[in-house]
Design a protein around this ligand. Structure first.
Ligand SMILES: CC(C)(COP(=O)(O)OP(=O)(O)OC[C@H]1O[C@@H](n2cnc3c(N)ncnc32)[C@H](O)[C@@H]1OP(=O)(O)O)[C@@H](O)C(=O)NCCC(=O)NCCS
Length: 160
């Protein structure tokens, strides 16, 4: 019997019919978040994008993206489950399905905050050093720079 308190989530490996209206509320807590339109653009630009779609709400509940050479390596730039849907296994499903899709590869890597490491460790990943350049002025996408943000930290810049 279906659990009526749980959303009816469908895991989609395609973006057919997905519109910006299905993608509101993501990038929670980002100082300079991409718009839903830019979100759709980055999903389309990814080598792989999986979407957990709540059929009842007609809205995405989560998504994951990957960039890959298809031979040795894949990188997971983004994974997010909307706050209201967390703790129901959706994030684990997205990672598991993506790993199953890209494997076998030599390496699948990502960057994450230390507090999220236990989540990935349960799924078989382990800590490995990494380096990155980050430009917060372009966190919302290369088309929509908000010049009032510090490029390195994302903090609003004080007028000089
Ligand atoms: C990380 C994230 C994707 C997990 O999604 P989710 O759907 O809540 O994950 P699941 O329900 O599959 O969680 C599986 C387990 O991992 C644990 N877990 C989830 N998020 C965690 C976190 N941030 N830190 C530690 N453990 C976490 C859960 O408690 C759960 O354990 P349990 O079964 O013992 O309760 C989600 O919290 C999220 O979108 N966070 C904000 C964006 C983010 O950090 N993305 C990763 C960037 S690399």
């Amino acid at each position: 019997m279906p659990d009526r308190h749980r959303p009816s989530v469908e895991y989609r490996a395609h973006l057919d019919g997905l519109t910006p209206a299905h993608l509101t509320g993501f990038f929670a807590g980002w100082p300079n978040p991409p718009s839903p339109e830019t979100h759709l653009e980055l999903l389309r630009g990814s080598d792989l994008a999986l979407v957990a779609f709540d059929l009842d709400a007609d809205h995405a509940a989560g998504y994951i993206t990957a960039l890959t050479d298809g031979v040795l390596s894949a990188y997971i730039p983004l994974l997010e489950v909307l706050p209201a849907y967390r703790g129901q296994g959706i994030g684990s499903q997205l990672v598991g399905r993506l790993l199953a899709t890209v494997s076998p590869l030599y390496t699948v890597s990502l960057h994450c905050d230390v507090d999220v490491e236990p989540f990935y460790a349960r799924l078989g990943l382990r800590p490995l050093g990494g380096m990155a350049l980050q430009d917060y002025a372009h966190q919302c996408g290369r088309h929509g720079e908000r010049g009032s943000l510090d490029r390195r930290t994302g903090a609003p810049q004080r007028p000089s």
